[in-house]
Every structure is written in C-alpha cells, then in structure tokens.
Design a protein around this ligand. Structure first.
Ligand SMILES: C[S@@+](CC[C@H](N)C(=O)[O-])C[C@H]1O[C@@H](n2cnc3c(N)ncnc32)[C@H](O)[C@@H]1O
Ligand code: SF4
Length: 396
C-alpha cells in the first residue's frame, strides 16, 4: 500500500461505472456480544477519547480519498452505509458531520440511500429524529431474537421487546426504510422462539428483514463455551428448518427474498448499498478496519482506532494492505455473489465446467427450470439451502 494511498490509473479510470458507495465503519460497542467477531472495541478497551476523536479521523481519511480520486472522482455517491460496531453510540451530530462532508466531497445523489446500523438500546425517539434530519433514509436494527433465553446465550443487552419498539420509533421519526436483523439456530432456541421473533419483526411494520444462521466465530466467548461443552454446536438441520420457516412466514406476510439472507416488501425496500457490493460496484470504506473496492483494487485499513488515527494525523494512508483481483478471482466473486441473488447469474458467464455444474444443479432441483431455459442460474428454495455447494459446482 503506497503511503499516500494512490491507486493505479487503470483503477481510477473506471470509478463508479457500476455505482459508487461509501461505507463508514464505527468500531465502538457498549459491550461485546458473545458471538461477535466484528472489528469493534468497548470504552474499557480504547477509552472515551478515542470515540471523541473518531469523526475527525474519518474526515481526514475522506480528504485523503478526495486526493486519491482527485482527477477521476465518482459522478456521485449512490449509497452510504454507516455500520459497526454501534454507530448510534456516537452523537447524531458526528454522523451528520460525516454525511455532510461526503456530500461536499463527491455529492450525494438526489435519491441516495443513506443507511445507519443501530442497536435498539442506543436509540431514542429524539436521536432517531436527529438522524432522520441529518439525511439518513434507512435504519438497520439488530433484533436477533425476542426470546429471553436466546438473547442471554447471545449475550445481547436489550430487553426482548425493545428492537420492535425501536423499529416503530424509527418509522414514527419518518424513516422510509427500516430493517430488522434476526439470527436463527442459536443453541437452545426452539421453533416457537423463532416463530415469535419473525412475527414480532413483521408486526413492527418494517419493510426489510435480514435473517442469518448463527456462525460460531473462532476467538469469541460463544466458541469457547461450545468448546468447553457448555453449549451444543448449532445444528445444520435445525438451521435449514429455520430458514424454511423464515422464507414461508416472510413470503406469506408480503416479503420477497432478493438475496439468500434478505427479504424486502418491494424493490424500493431492497438495500441498494448491499446490492452494490454484490454486483461489482465500487465503494470507499472509511474508518478503522474498513474494506474498499475501487476499479478491481481491494484494500483494507488498519484495525485499531488508535493506529488508524495516528496514521492519518501523520498524513499517511490508513491502508494496511491491498490486492489487485486477477480475472480468475473476479470470476469467482461474481459467481459467488450473484448466485445468491434472486436475479441470479447469466449462464453465459460460466465456463464449460461451470455450465456442466449448472446442468447437474438443474437436474437436482437446485436451479429454477424456467430461468435456466431463459439463460440464467437462479436458486430454487432447496438450492438456497445448499447455495455454497451450488457455487462450488459452478466454479472451475
Ligand atoms: C454489525 S452487526 C449490526 C449492528 C449492531 N451492532 C447490532 O448488533 O445490533 C450486523 C449483524 O450481523 C449479524 N451477526 C453478527 N455476528 C454474527 C454471527 N456470528 N452469526 C450470525 N450473524 C451475525 C447480526 O445479525 C448483526 O445484527
Ligand atoms: S452490538 Fe453488534 S457489533 Fe457490537 S458486539 Fe454486538 S453484534 Fe457485534
């Protein structure tokens, strides 16, 4: 990574051809949930001063980004996604300053989608109104479950009803788009627990739901408890049953899947920022540990907030490393990401081995026949349960 963060001319030449987004990583949480391995720190780990200095450091990276893309800036910013961590631990004013600076640097599109993630316990009607006034159009709340036993295993701090209540408050504050994240397959979760979580998310009147199978990440407290035999490892069969329940319940309530783990009530409610990731768009990731992708170059920032801030204070790029994707890697990414979308993958992008794999997947009932005959690989419901295996079959 060059110290000034400069990019090869070939990468700058195509900036924003398939859309341009900005990701902002906020690496702070009040406490760390037992299952989470995101790049996030508690106040005990990094101190309050780190949070106070955060917005300035991000603005410094934005100024560096403006220099790097100087003679080839994106036409406009189509989407912004502030994720974490817990962005809502910062004062709404800090997030507003960052948004204003992005607008002043590259210009936000008139219809830009501007999302922030939020934890249910760190928002209030007043803070939600302030975020809406700052320009956010979408909020994504971590609900995970309404079952107290599940929230306890996950070590989540909020009370069972708080996430749905926060979603209602967000709608009242004027957010046109509200998402709730659910996790299924937590050890001890019953079929009824998950059914109640789905019902509560739907009752909250949101237009988007993400549902993820619990992943046991190495190095987390959850992984340690499983290793010690205190909790069983999540079962794949249970996860498959829960996925089928999620799809059936959400579909009956008027949601449609558009990516294997994401359902929305209309095309406008789909997360355009994530779609940009999944369809080869460009984005600049600001903040500690953030990843970026511009014109086939991928890079990632140093993870610790103090290292990030000191690099920028010295006028040096916070990039820790980067790679130029080879054509083979780009092909692999395209197949992996597009096959997970309801719009699927054109069969024409596959090589001979991939097409033979697609024919087998069709015969096994994992791809939709009608789409296949029209030249696309689109997963069936059973195919969605086995998405990773289908991807492997379509790659050389
Ligand atoms: C950065 S977090 C979301 C925002 C916020 N910090 C929160 O937790 O409420 C993004 C989402 O990733 C999901 N997630 C995080 N770790 C996970 C894991 N180990 N397995 C499955 N889903 C996970 C959760 O659903 C979480 O809401
Ligand atoms: S609040 Fe979200 S980001 Fe923070 S530790 Fe929990 S799951 Fe991870």
């Amino acid at each position: 990574m060059p110290p000034d963060g400069s990019l090869p001319a070939e990468a700058r030449a195509t900036v924003g051809r398939r859309g341009f987004g900005v990701y902002v990583h906020v690496p702070f949480c009040a406490t760390r949930c037992g299952y989470c391995d995101f790049n996030t720190y508690t106040a005990a780990e990094v101190g309050e001063a780190s949070r106070a200095a955060y917005a300035e450091a991000v603005l410094a990276e934005l100024a560096l980004a403006a220099r790097v893309l100087g003679d080839a800036p994106p036409k406009q910013v189509d989407t912004v996604f502030v994720g974490g961590g817990t962005p809502t631990l910062l004062p709404p004013d800090d997030l507003a300053r960052i948004l204003d600076a992005i607008d002043a640097t590259w210009g936000l599109a008139a219809n830009a989608e501007i999302t922030t993630e939020a934890n249910p316990e760190s928002v209030s009607p007043a803070s939600l109104k302030a975020l809406r006034a700052a320009g956010f159009t979408r909020i994504s709340l971590g609900m995970q479950s309404v079952a107290p036993t599940v929230l306890a295993v996950l070590e989540r701090r909020h009370t069972p009803g708080r996430a749905a209540e926060a979603a209602r408050e967000a709608r009242d504050a004027g957010f046109p788009h509200v998402n709730l994240d659910l996790i299924y397959g937590t050890p001890g979760e019953t079929e009824e627990d998950f059914a109640r979580s789905l019902a509560a998310a739907i009752d909250a009147g949101v237009d988007h739901v993400s549902a993820y199978a619990l992943i046991v990440e190495e190095g987390t407290r959850l992984a340690a408890r499983i290793r010690r035999g205190e909790l069983p490892y999540p079962s794949d069969d249970v996860a498959a049953d829960r996925y089928l329940a999620a799809d059936a319940t959400l579909t009956a309530a008027g949601f449609s899947w558009y990516e294997v783990s994401n359902w929305a009530t209309s095309p406008e409610a789909r997360c355009r920022h994530n779609l940009l990731y999944w369809t080869g768009g460009d984005w600049w990731g600001l903040g500690p540990g953030a990843h970026s992708h511009v014109g086939g170059v991928r890079w990632w920032n140093v993870k610790h907030p103090a290292a990030y801030a000191s690099r920028l204070a010295a006028g040096v790029s916070p990039g820790a490393g980067r790679e130029l994707l080879t054509p083979a890697e780009r092909h692999m990414e395209e197949v992996m990401l597009r096959l997970r979308l309801a719009s699927g993958l054109p069969l024409s992008v596959l090589d001979e081995t991939g097409r033979a794999g697609a024919a087998r997947a069709l015969a096994d009932g994992l791809l939709e026949r009608r789409a296949y005959e029209a030249g696309r690989a689109v997963l069936t419901l059973r195919g969605r349960l086995l998405a990773d295996a289908v991807v492997r079959d379509l790659l050389p």
